[in-house]
Design a protein around this ligand. Structure first.
Ligand SMILES: Cc1cc2nc3c(=O)[nH]c(=O)nc-3n(C[C@H](O)[C@H](O)[C@H](O)COP(=O)(O)OP(=O)(O)OC[C@H]3O[C@@H](n4cnc5c(N)ncnc54)[C@H](O)[C@@H]3O)c2cc1C
Length: 295
């Protein structure tokens, strides 16, 4: 039996960017953008599910994000995760990867025992691929990035194939280990209709508090107790719950500031006729070098 934690991120649908993407303070205007489940995190969850299929165990999905990020946690439950945690607090807003990995590390320590931490190789918005390795460093556990496949797991070791330039390498690692997963590592299984019916009513503490707002007949403790009893409660951890250094969180804990984000549209210019001669081809290469398309 192996226990896995899967780090999943709700990301702006960058294939659908319009309007004001960035706020004055250089952070992403997430409320303005349609949000989707970062694809490589779905593949990471699929690898965790395959480990559970082969060896048994449990899977917990974790996301740090605004309250609406509980949407990706419900999708994790639909795919087969056993439980999910929402790590949310205004103090976490505007976090760069250093601040993000600090909070995720503290949340993982709070959640407790784990043999595997799975993350996507990269999130499609920040595109840094830094959070996985940074989180492993802070947890002081081995990490294998660019994971293509988990070949075998025996007792406290795992054999993993990872992509490298021009090929792959097979590594043996002790557990616990953090793996960052490539999008081609597996095909995420579809949501099970039975699980969608079972978990579409799952709610985070913030969502339950919203239900109670203005409804004197509802009491939050009773509601949490009821949802917990039906395995529909998504625990929510704030900075106070995690008892962490808020100076290392959010925009305060972020040495990196995103200066500007703009959509770059690559427009084709008028086609140029290239003489099929040595001179013709070398002048084409010269102009490609000059335009920094080559070299
Ligand atoms: C355009 C843009 C550029 C940016 N550039 C930088 C930069 O250069 N340096 C920098 O430090 N920050 C940068 N940021 C901020 C960065 O996006 C955030 O820090 C973000 O929370 C994590 O970085 P990432 O998106 O690159 O994730 P990555 O490091 O690419 O994510 C890798 C994996 O980590 C896990 N993960 C990441 N974030 C979360 C989360 N919130 N909850 C759960 N799991 C998660 C997921 O499994 C994900 O697949 C940038 C943001 C934007 C929008």
């Amino acid at each position: 039996m192996y226990t896995s934690i899967v780090l999943v991120k709700q990301v702006p649908d960058t294939s659908n960017i319009s309007g004001q993407v960035m706020k004055e303070d250089g952070t992403v205007n997430r409320s303005k953008l349609p949000a989707v489940f970062n694809f490589e995190d779905r593949v990471a969850l699929e690898l965790a599910l395959q480990i559970r299929d082969r060896f048994g165990g449990t899977i917990t999905a974790v996301t740090m994000g605004p309250p609406r990020a509980s949407d990706v946690l419900r999708e994790c439950l639909y795919m087969g995760a056993d439980s999910a945690y929402l790590i949310t607090d205004r103090k976490f807003a505007g976090a760069d990867t250093l601040a993000t990995s600090y909070v995720l590390c503290e949340a993982i320590k709070r959640i407790g025992i784990y043999d595997f931490v799975f993350a996507g190789r990269q999130a499609i918005d920040g595109d840094t691929a830094q959070v996985g390795p940074q989180t492993a460093e802070k947890l002081d556990i081995p990490q294998v990035t660019y994971t293509e496949a988990i070949l075998d797991v025996r007792d406290r070791t795992a054999r993993v194939r990872r992509k490298i330039e021009g090929g792959y390498e097979i590594l043996e690692t002790t557990l616990p280990v953090l793996l960052t997963v490539l999008k081609d590592a597996a095909i995420p299984r579809p949501f099970s209709a039975k699980r969608v019916m079972a978990f579409k009513g799952a709610k985070s503490l913030l969502e339950l508090e919203k239900m109670v707002e203005g409804n004197s007949l509802l009491y939050i403790d009773k509601l949490v107790h009821e949802y917990r009893g039906r395995s529909l409660f998504i625990p929510t951890l704030t900075a106070d719950d995690l008892e962490i250094d808020v100076g290392r969180c959010g925009i305060r804990g972020s040495p990196t500031k995103v200066h500007k984000v703009e959509s770059v549209v690559l427009a084709g210019s008028s086609p140029a006729k290239i003489e099929n001669t040595t001179a013709g081809i070398s002048s084409m290469i010269d102009s490609l070098l000059a335009d920094k398309i080559l070299g």
